[in-house]
Design a binder for this molecule. Structure first.
Ligand code: ZN
Length: 291
């Protein structure tokens, strides 16, 4: 299996801000970029006094405009390093860790992390899944309150749908009513797919919508019935819960979608770890987002 980029290689490719900017220019404009002013191709040169390139006709282009790097006080190489960390970790990157490694203040580190997460979610997208899909809900985030056994406050219900050997899609849902769950399933899972769940009650009408549904009853300590089990989706829940506990301590409902997007990204690209960094950077460089 392909491996993510080793740190030594990262530093060789991106030794300074200028190398990062060159890379950004190439990804964003390609090498046959036509000057919007004179129409000539490939004549752009780096300006020495600002992060921009100029055509021989005098027209300037700014590769960072429209990306989170633009107007950021943090040097470009630190942004690249942050993306490197996010695409090579398994459990996510806490703001504290970014603060320490980048030598920036906590607020800056926190903001950078959230910017990157936003783009990780955009890269991932949500094409429909099918095949054999496992579906389950989980309570995630919030603050642990009181003694053992007490329900934590502010937990969010998340619906997870994962195709075995394929992609995962998660959605925050307001409740676990049958109709709420069904709408998400119909939208994201191909008709005719086999679906495994653990609670028959929430999902008993799936057959009516054209799915081949089977379930196991965890309450009765039944974990596998024929080809039906929910081990894959439960593996994802335990990864994200452990990571949030271990690295982020607390994730509010407001920010949970970004964390979910981050973990979906890593899950869905798990067989192509070498592509995580270039995919993320391409998205950043070409996204229309001006936020
Ligand atoms: Zn020109």
């Amino acid at each position: 299996m392909l491996k993510p980029m080793p740190i030594a290689e990262f530093l060789k490719l991106f030794p300074n801000d200028e190398a990062c900017l060159d890379y950004l220019f190439s990804v964003r404009y390609g090498d046959e970029f036509e000057c919007p002013k004179c129409g000539e191709e490939g004549l752009f040169k780096k300006l020495s006094n600002m992060p921009a390139y100029t055509c021989s006709c005098g027209h300037h282009v700014h590769p960072m405009v429209g990306t989170p790097f633009y107007k950021s006080h943090t040097p470009l190489q630190k942004w690249f390093y942050t993306m490197y960390l996010f695409t090579t970790t398994r459990h996510g990157v806490p703001a504290k860790e970014l603060q320490r490694q980048l030598a920036v203040n906590y607020k800056t580190a926190w903001r950078m992390g959230h910017q990157i997460r936003k783009y990780l979610a955009l890269v991932d997208g949500d094409p429909p899944i099918g095949g054999h899909t496992e579906i389950d809900e989980a309570m995630i985030g919030g603050v642990r309150k009181g003694k053992r056994g007490r329900a934590a406050e502010g937990k969010t219900v998340v619906l997870g749908m994962v195709e075995r050997g394929g992609d995962i899609i998660t959605r925050i849902v307001p409740d676990v009513r049958r109709t709420t769950l069904e709408r998400h399933i119909i939208r994201h899972v191909d008709l005719g797919a086999a679906i495994s769940t653990d609670e028959l009650n929430f999902y008993k009408r799936l057959k009516m919508y054209g799915y081949k549904h089977g379930s196991v009853i965890h309450k009765a300590e039944e974990f596998v019935r024929g080809k039906h089990h929910t081990n894959t989706i439960e593996g994802f829940w335990s990864l994200i819960k452990r990571s949030i506990r271990g690295t982020h301590v607390h994730v509010s409902a407001q920010h949970l979608p970004k964390y979910l997007g981050e973990f979906e990204f890593r899950w869905n690209l798990r067989h192509r770890p070498d592509q995580m960094f270039p995919c993320l950077l391409r998205r950043l460089a070409t996204s229309q987002s001006r936020a």
